[in-house]
Design a protein around this ligand. Structure first.
Ligand SMILES: [Zn+2]
Length: 107
């Protein structure tokens, strides 16, 4: 009778975050990078808000917000315009965000 433990399982790669060898059942790919299950969860919850570089009308604030929340940038812009018209503070908030939110890093 043959017995084996976890360390003998064949690893398909190494986690880009913690460097652990990953077996097929715990491999998670995010944006083309390989993570172990644990790091994939952490990576998912540690999303950062950036001004989008590829999706921008003015300074990329709406595009970045849309990427962060995971919705269509156009919806964010429409909502922003509505909020601006109704409450009158959207433009001010936009300017503040454009100043404090960092640009998406070039990777
Ligand atoms: Zn990991």
């Amino acid at each position: 009778m043959k017995s084996y433990n976890d360390s003998e399982k064949e690893a398909i790669g190494v986690c880009v975050r913690c460097g652990k060898a990953i077996c097929p059942e715990e491999a998670v790919t995010i944006k083309g990078k390989l993570y172990c299950k644990e790091c994939a969860e952490k990576t998912g919850t540690q999303k950062k808000l950036y001004r989008s570089r590829k999706d921008r009308m003015l300074s990329g604030v709406c595009g970045g917000l849309a990427e962060y929340i995971g919705i269509d940038p156009t919806i964010v812009r429409v909502l922003w315009v509505i909020i601006s018209l109704v409450y009158g503070s959207g433009i001010l908030i936009y300017i503040i965000l454009a100043l404090i939110v960092p640009k998406e890093p070039l990777i």
